[in-house]
Design a protein around this ligand. Structure first.
Ligand code: NAD
Ligand code: UDP
Length: 311
């Protein structure tokens, strides 16, 4: 018999893939979401599954359930969404962590936190290793997300030290794939939607900033391996694809894969936008035997196919 697993933020982009994979492996899955950025459409194909349960709930409120494992993903992830109501974003990260850690402590469940490369801010160390403390503006426009996630990491390690809660912290780098919200403003979905609709492709700044893009199936594999790793290994551990591209290169790749006639237009760079980002994944390789296997071009093709079918 499989495990009983709670996935908060399960109706979101990453969460829906995780729920699907956990069900396919024979587990019972409870998906909790308030639908702020998630959509029922992401998990509608799972609703008839006898071991899938959907709960509309906000993680800032306590929640009681008996499960073996908790994946805590609930939090808007795209800059336009997390900046829409920044106070709520901090509450979701911090109060969500307190509520889910309290639950994990009471029911002795393992709990995994979806943290982020944003804890490194605009990094001065490249590529980023887990022992780098980061370069974050605490009062900037990204702070509600970055500092919220940093505070959540602090809560996780202290529940572990003080209460022996079995924790896992994943620092997730830019991830993309089918079921990204078409309007969530993240770069891969923006560029694909613009390319498919023949609209201008919006490059912020000069497009020389870099990101490293991980396909969602690779990330889900990493999250599950981390959850199943030995108790003593708590992380934080970077999960991402080390292949680094400039935003301009990404735009050119998407134009060529879609055969689009869109042109590039340049818009101001948002404040505190990190200039470069690339994970050092030595720790994940060593501890989890994990590394991404899907190259950018293959992942982009799958994502483009999804948007072609759903737009
Ligand atoms: P997403 O916005 O698609 O998913 C987040 C989900 O959380 C949504 O379904 C949303 O409705 C739900 N949610 C938000 N606030 C909530 C609340 N208060 N109560 C209950 N549910 C709530 O984003 P995603 O890309 O799937 O990200 C999932 C997690 O992974 C997030 O915690 C994010 O910070 C983290 N992460 C993602 C990336 C990435 O590139 N996708 C990178 C780093 C970290
Ligand atoms: N970006 C861009 N055009 C867009 C959307 C984003 O040039 O239409 C840039 C953005 O400024 C950032 C990078 O792409 O430098 C990644 O942005 P995203 O919001 O996807 O993620 P994050 O900045 O959180 O890594």
């Amino acid at each position: 018999m499989g495990k009983k697993i709670l996935v908060t933020g399960g109706a979101g982009f990453v969460g829906s893939h995780l729920c699907e994979r956990l069900l396919n492996e024979g587990n019972e899955v409870v998906c909790l979401d308030n639908y702020f950025t998630g959509q029922k459409r992401n998990i509608v194909h799972l609703l008839d599954h006898p071991y899938f349960e959907l709960v509309r709930h906000d993680v800032t409120m306590p929640f009681y359930i008996e499960v073996d494992e908790i994946y805590n993903l609930a939090c808007p992830a795209s800059p336009i969404h997390y900046q829409y109501n920044p106070i709520k974003t901090v509450k979701t990260s911090v109060m969500g962590a307190v509520n889910m850690l309290g639950l994990a402590k009471r029911i002795r469940a393992r709990i995994l936190q979806a943290s982020t490369s944003e804890v490194y801010g605009d990094p001065k160390v490249h590529p980023q290793t887990e022992d780098y403390w980061g370069h974050v503006n605490p009062i900037g426009e990204r702070a509600c997300y970055d500092e919220g996630k940093r505070a959540a990491e602090t809560l996780f390690v202290n529940y572990h030290r003080q209460n022996k809660v079995r924790i896992k912290i994943a620092r997730i780098f830019n991830t993309y794939g089918p079921r990204m919200h078409p309007n969530d403003g993240r770069v891969v979905s923006n560029f694909i939607v613009q390319a498919l609709q023949g609209e201008d492709i919006t490059i912020y700044g000069e497009g020389q900033q870099t990101r490293s893009f991980c396909y969602v199936d690779d990330l889900v594999e990493g999250l599950i391996r981390l959850m199943n790793s030995r108790d003593e290994f708590t992380g934080p551990v970077n999960l991402g694809n080390p292949a680094e591209f400039t935003i301009l290169q990404l735009a050119q790749r998407i134009i060529s894969l879609t055969g689009s006639s869109s042109s590039l237009v340049y818009r101001p760079l948002p404040s505190d936008d990190p200039m470069q980002r690339q994970p050092d994944i030595s720790l994940a390789k060593r501890e989890l035997g994990w590394q991404p296997s899907i190259p950018l071009e293959e992942g982009l093709r799958k994502t483009i196919d999804y948007f072609r079918d759903t737009l």
